[in-house]
Design a protein around this ligand. Structure first.
Ligand SMILES: [Zn+2]
Length: 226
């Protein structure tokens, strides 16, 4: 199967779904990551231009752990909005990856670029199969399952699907360590806290949480998750 994560920033795939992506990779799935924003605000130690380059390199290093193809759209951090350009970009990202499973942020995520990314995916779904919506890649007609991932602080998010990541949690931490510019913000500890909390809910040591996104013709099938 093809698994696509559409994230707001370089690191979101690894933070919110790194364990799930590793498990998908281990069972033979192909992993694709589309990153909407460059991450060029997420540190005070670099210029915007330098930081975008640093974070692209960090995301590529992490993605190498599961041989993901990564596409960077390069929109400015904290400025992502629903426009014709971003709408068409997300349609094309889905056509590029031809997913069976699409993971992305919740439209209800209160972090700006995250919520907008989730909204962009939601609005793209109806257009993906239609050839008259012209993008670089051709129309993709296969139906796929969409799952929203956890949110900052797990706020405003009620999951209905869990993935046991106990056996790959150490590797997930290795993924996060690739995002060196972000480690000062306490992500390693936060990942452990959230994975343990979701694991507590699910009845495993560690878990990642998702919510199936229901849309006409795109009903999520939780059995596709590892
Ligand atoms: Zn982010």
């Amino acid at each position: 199967m093809n698994v696509l994560f559409i994230g707001a920033h370089p690191d979101d795939a690894d933070i919110w779904a790194g364990g799930t992506l590793l498990k998908c990779y281990n069972r033979g799935d192909k992993i694709f990551i589309a990153v909407m924003c460059s991450g060029n605000v997420g540190s005070d130690h670099y210029s915007r231009k330098e930081l975008a380059m640093v974070r692209e390199r960090e995301q590529k290093n992490a993605a190498a752990h599961y041989e993901a193809q990564v596409y960077f759209f390069g929109y400015e951090d904290n400025e992502l909005t629903y426009t014709h350009d971003t709408h068409m970009a997300v349609i094309d990202a889905i056509r590029w990856a031809q997913p069976d499973i699409l993971l992305t942020h919740s439209p209800d995520d209160l972090a700006g670029d995250h919520g907008v990314t989730g909204y962009l995916v939601q609005k793209a779904l109806i257009s993906v199969p239609f050839s008259n919506m012209i993008t670089e890649h051709s129309a993709y007609k296969k139906r796929f399952s969409v799952f929203n991932c956890d949110t900052y602080g797990s706020l405003n998010f009620d999951p209905d699907v869990y993935v046991d990541i106990s056996d790959v949690f150490d590797k997930k931490i290795e993924l996060m360590k690739c995002h060196e510019s972000q480690l000062e913000y306490g992500w390693l500890k936060h990942l452990e806290q959230v994975a343990a909390f979701r694991g507590f809910q699910y009845g495993t040591q560690y878990a990642e949480a998702f919510r199936g996104f229901k849309f006409y013709g795109y009903m999520p099938n939780p059995r596709l998750l590892p």
